[in-house]
Design a protein around this ligand. Structure first.
Ligand code: 3NM
Ligand code: MG
Length: 519
């Protein structure tokens, strides 16, 4: 077998513990899985005697050879050698890669488990043929999993391999099943660095029909999720600011005409204000925090805002259900990680949410967005206000926003005196706004609601929709603050709602007075 031609799309790892295998025969399960389309098999056995393992491996090899699929042995190089199968998979606590290579020779496949940059670097430069990256999601299958890296970790490690231009193949492992396979594949693959496949144990071995389960999983690996069809293309992400600006009236017109649903799962402080802002910008708000409702609401064609301003354990479960529902329906999601770095709970909640689904637009102030970067996981933040870190230059922040959007394949908005928007190509800067926005509670949250209205009405171009939302919101704030009847933050609030409403109507009518004001 030519190891450079191995297909890692659907990689089955066996398990013969009764809790997973049940009373089935492992060889029969593998044969059924091969029929269903499994492209690579690893025999993983932690408890049997060596003689028994050799016998089972031989039976497995006879089957995998029939399907021209490689058989790899977990950990046990001696067994791979005695069976003459295609290679081994070694973990970090097993025999080292260099010795394994010496024993097996260059023609055999050697895969290595890796969960962090050091391990990925060592294995990819040390001659591994592929990496098993995980543990992606918590799983009952493996005892003592070292670290749960989530989709974020997976994205980060693949980003590292892209930068280092390594050719090593990659599969992800840990809690991968039919509910997340397509999403994880897509989220972890940028244009020039794709995950090669998924590795699963229980999703196939514990299935009542390993053949059917394999067929479905293989299809999911090869099919991008529905939301991917409307993710920003490289061309969209790289347009000039002028081009994006020229789309603003059309975005606002669409919202005005369509009155899209803006489904808010937001905090206790802003419910009322956010609903009024949604109405003022032309959307139809629903404030619904119960996750069980999300599937029905997602079917109505609107967008979801997840704002974790007053996060609770129950709320977190509701968000996860809603993310899944909107991802499955293809409806856009705006995530506002309010106070992301402020407490350990919020840091963990941010991670949980980002791993539970794909968010189309990630919106936050400087410290919130920095907390969502791989480097920012341990950032400290004071309260939830939007104090800016002076050490971050505008160029550095712009690069951070672009890189984060690339990593997550979405649109990232970092708000501040100048707001930065990127979908991984150009970075658009919006300099509008007013200081009153900073002294009224919930204005950041309501910007998330505004953006949700725009992406709901204009889902095919989330970059233009996001920029339109920012401009509408911040120019309306300037218009309100300039009014004679506005004396301070208190009188600003009702005036702001008026001006949001008026400006939306003006832009929708084709009045382009806003163009002179856009900064
Ligand atoms: N290795 P399931 S997780 C065998 O993280 C194995 O390296 C892991 O099982 C790692 O698909 C794992 O049932 C078990 O979640 C994966
Ligand atoms: Mg091992």
């Amino acid at each position: 077998m030519d190891k450079s031609k191995v297909d890692y799309s659907l990689y089955l790892v066996t398990d013969s513990t009764p809790a997973i295998l049940g009373s089935k025969d492992i060889v029969a399960v593998v044969e059924a899985a091969l029929k269903g389309g499994v492209t690579c098999v690893q025999y993983r056995e932690k408890h049997a005697d060596t003689g028994e393992m050799v016998a089972t491996a031989k039976r497995l090899h006879a089957v995998t050879q029939k399907y021209n699929v490689p058989l790899l042995i977990n950990d046990r190089i001696d067994i791979a050698l005695s069976v003459g199968c295609e290679g081994v998979h070694i973990g970090q606590d097993d025999l080292d890669l260099a010795t394994a290579r010496k024993l097996l020779g260059d023609d055999k496949i050697i895969g290595v488990t890796a969960c962090n940059v050091e391990e990925v670097e060592a294995a990819s430069t040390g001659g591994a043929d592929y990496l098993g990256i995980g543990t992606v999601f918590a799983t009952q299958t493996k005892e003592n999993t070292k670290s749960i890296i989530g989709v974020s970790g997976l994205q980060y490690l693949l980003g590292y391999l892209r930068t280092s231009k390594s050719k090593v193949k990659t599969v992800c492992i840990g809690g991968i099943n039919a509910s997340n396979a397509s999403r994880v594949m897509w989220q972890s693959s940028s244009l020039d660095r794709s995950l090669d496949g998924i590795a699963v144990v229980s999703a196939i071995v514990a299935a009542s029909s390993p053949e059917g389960a394999s067929r479905e999983l293989l299809k999911l690996v090869k099919t991008p999720p529905v939301f991917a069809l409307r993710s920003p293309t490289l061309d969209q992400a790289s347009r000039s600011a002028e081009e994006v600006l020229s789309l603003v009236p059309e975005v606002v017109r669409r919202v005005d005409a369509a009155k899209p649903l803006s489904h808010n799962m937001t905090n206790l402080v802003v419910q009322n204000f956010a609903a009024n802002v949604a109405l003022a910008v032309g959307a139809s708000p629903i404030m619904a925090n119960y996750g069980e409702e999300a599937a029905d609401l997602a079917a109505l064609g609107g967008a979801l805002v997840v704002n974790m301003g007053t996060v609770t354990p129950e709320g977190l479960q509701n968000y996860q259900k809603a993310l899944k529902a909107y991802n499955d329906a293809g409806g856009p999601i705006v995530f506002d990680p309010v106070g992301a770095g402020a407490t350990a709970v919020r840091r963990a909640a941010t991670k949980t949410i980002l791993n539970a689904g794909y968010v189309d637009v990630l919106k936050g102030n400087q410290s919130e967005i920095l907390t969502c970067t791989p480097a920012g996981a341990s950032l400290q933040q004071r309260g939830v206000d939007s104090s800016a870190d002076a050490s971050q230059t505008q160029d550095k922040l712009a690069a951070t926003v672009r890189e984060l959007a690339q990593l997550r394949r979405n649109t990232v908005v970092m708000t501040g005196a100048t707001d930065l928007v990127s979908a991984g190509g150009a970075v658009y800067a919006v300099g509008n706004g007013h200081e009153y926005l900073g002294v009224v509670t919930g204005t950041g949250c309501c910007l998330g609601t505004t953006i949700s209205a725009m992406v709901a009405a204009y889902p095919e171009d989330k970059v233009a929709a996001t920029v339109a939302g920012l401009l509408l919101y911040e120019i309306a704030a300037e218009n309100a603050a300039a009014r004679e009847d506005v004396k301070g933050p208190g009188t600003f609030v009702p005036a702001f709602l008026d001006e949001l409403f008026n400006l939306r109507k003006q832009i929708a009518r084709g009045d382009d007075g806003w163009r002179q004001k856009a900064k």
